[in-house]
Design a protein around this ligand. Sequence first.
Ligand SMILES: *Cc1c(COP(=O)(O)O)cnc(C)c1O
Length: 225
Amino acid sequence: MSIIQNITQMKNQIARAAEKAGRDVNDIRLIAVSKTVNAARVQEAVDAGICDLGENRVQELMDKYPLVEGARWHLIGHLQTNKVKYIVGKVALVHSLDRWSLALELDKRAREAGVVIPVLVQVNVAGEETKFGLAVPEVRDFVTEAAALTGISIEGLMTIAPLVENPEEVRPVFRELKRISEGLKDIPGVRMEQLSMGMSNDFAVAIEEGATMIRIGTAIFGSRK
Ligand SMILES: *Cc1c(COP(=O)(O)O)cnc(C)c1O
């Protein structure tokens, strides 16, 4: 299938999942994950109505940034502190704030540039050793302290669920992220309106559990080599 057909099908599936959950489809943002996809194909997706693109590596984002027109960029992968300087002013949202040193660097670079960088705090809900993200018990203190940094604005949480065959298996992971976010809404200066969760294999379940952003690569661009 073509990218355009994939996007049409994806939008239909998002609408169906939203309806099933009794949610407004406009509250769910589709982020097309364009890692490993060349700029021409990414532009095809944007021309077909994609407004948000996600990359997990800074270098790749930087390479495509000047070549693709008409979309917002999201940094969804692990971010090295020495790369922060390259993305300030280019990225609409950093989904992967996962440690204090990164919070400080984002804050510093943002203030130097006179901007505020919107971020999501990445939580390793399932406690997988191979994944980045804060452990669940660390989240509240982290968010409380990060909320005092004026260069970043905390918009919500992000998680990557374990890769499973049946997406029902990760429903508790999504439900837990939502529960954690509800419990943080009393912290002053924190918005907690966004939940970035759900990928090609599990987005429908994530939407049912409250995702406001889903990150879709394979189902739009095909499988990566
Ligand atoms: C690659 C990636 C995705 C998209 O994965 P698909 O299974 O191809 O939809 C989503 N989120 C992150 C953080 C990724 O690195």
